[in-house]
Structures are given as C-alpha cells and as structure tokens.
Design a binder for this molecule. Sequence first.
Ligand SMILES: Nc1ncnc2c1ncn2[C@@H]1O[C@H](COP(=O)(O)OP(=O)(O)OP(=O)(O)O)[C@@H](O)[C@H]1O
Ligand SMILES: [Mg+2]
Length: 217
Amino acid sequence: MTAYINLEQVNFRWPQGGQVLSEINLSIEKNQTIALMGANGSGKTTLSKLILGLLKPTGGRVLLAGRPVESYSLAARGRLLGYVFQNPERQFFAPDVAEEIGFALKYRNLSPEKIQERVAEMLALFELEQYAATFPFNLSQGEKQRLALAAILAPRPDFIIMDEPFLGLDWLRKQRLQAILERVRNEGVGYLLISHDQALCARLCSQTLTLEGGRLL
Ligand SMILES: Nc1ncnc2c1ncn2[C@@H]1O[C@H](COP(=O)(O)OP(=O)(O)OP(=O)(O)O)[C@@H](O)[C@H]1O
Ligand SMILES: [Mg+2]
C-alpha cells in the first residue's frame, strides 16, 4: 500500500530561476499531522502546490492515493485534499460568505437541509454568522482566513493542506483555530500545516519537516 500522499524524487525549478526543490521524498498517511517549516522563499508554498498538482515537478512524481496527481480532475483532487491558500482571497468566488461555505457541499450528495445545517455549523464555529450575506472580498484579513478554513472544512475532507492559516489572526482567534485543529486531528483527519510558529507546530503536529536549501530535513 502506498501512502495517501507520495512524493518520489521530486525536483522543481522555475523556468528562469534556480532550483527550488531537490530530490524531495515524502510519504504522508491520511491521519498524519505534519508541520512544514522553513525560511521565507525556501519553497513551502511551492511544495504544497506540487502536492495539489497546481504546479508540475520538473523531475520525479507526485501520487495521491496511489495515483499520479495529474490523473485526477481538479474536482476529484478537491475531494481528496482540502487546501487553504496562503492568500485565501484568491480562492473566493461566491457572492456571499454563506454560499462560499456551502458551495463544495452541493456536490457531495447532501440534502438541502443538511447543507444548510452544515453551513450554519461552520458560520458559528468560525464566528462568521453576522457576515453570512457579506461579499467575501470585503471581509478583514482575519475574517477571510476564517472563511477559507470554514469553506475547506465544511465538506469534511480526509486531509487538509494549510498554508499559514494562523496569519492575520488575533490572539483569541489563534487559540480558537488551535482548538478546532485539535478537534479535527482527534477525528482522525490529517493535515500538512505550513507555519513559522514552532510552538504551534509542536503542539498541533506529530512531526515537523523543514525545508532548507531545496531539501527536506
Ligand atoms: N511564479 C514564480 N516564478 C518564479 N519564481 C517564483 C514564483 N513563485 C515563487 N517563486 C520563487 O520560488 C521560491 C520559493 O517560493 P515559495 O513561495 O514556495 O516560498 P515559501 O517557503 O512559501 O515562502 P514564504 O515563507 O515567504 O511563504 C522563492 O525564491 C520565490 O521567489
Ligand atoms: Mg509560502
């Protein structure tokens, strides 16, 4: 059995740039909680986009649930992996917050009542009730971050990749997100958490990986 996420000898370089990632080998099981650290520009976001198939490796291969990531449709990848972008507003497209959260649920064979219930649950969990009808782009940075997480968690993905989800959150919201991720973890859902906060990584993840000089330490 291959792991849920498998990177085999993955290399990546930008067309005009230098090598960003060199010979990355990585196996992650569905229920693992992994922290990914590394200096600015070390390639953390690049690595996460390679896992999602948003970038293509210049060498090596990426497998999701045993199959090359590029063999899945974007929608199918979305079902295998929830992904929270470093700049979450890039992923918003709905006219209001409630629809942004509910969108992915429409494709999961859920009844309209169940969808409504799940959206309400997420609005409450991320303290977004008062913004249910707000245009996502008008939210504050921290609210956008919470909306992105609410939208990703709503369909209950098996594995989540989060690129600096604590960025822009105030102290209280950081504590709350921490509690939410602890709950997610206790439910057996794995994640890859990109963060610069060593204490948070230690608390929320069973293993920490560091990118340095294009390699995983
Ligand atoms: N579209 C692009 N074209 C060329 N180079 C790029 C592009 N996007 C990123 N890079 C370069 O790739 C390298 C890795 O960037 P990446 O965004 O993966 O770093 P990161 O570890 O996520 O950094 P941060 O902690 O600042 O988020 C950097 O040197 C960056 O300048
Ligand atoms: Mg980054």
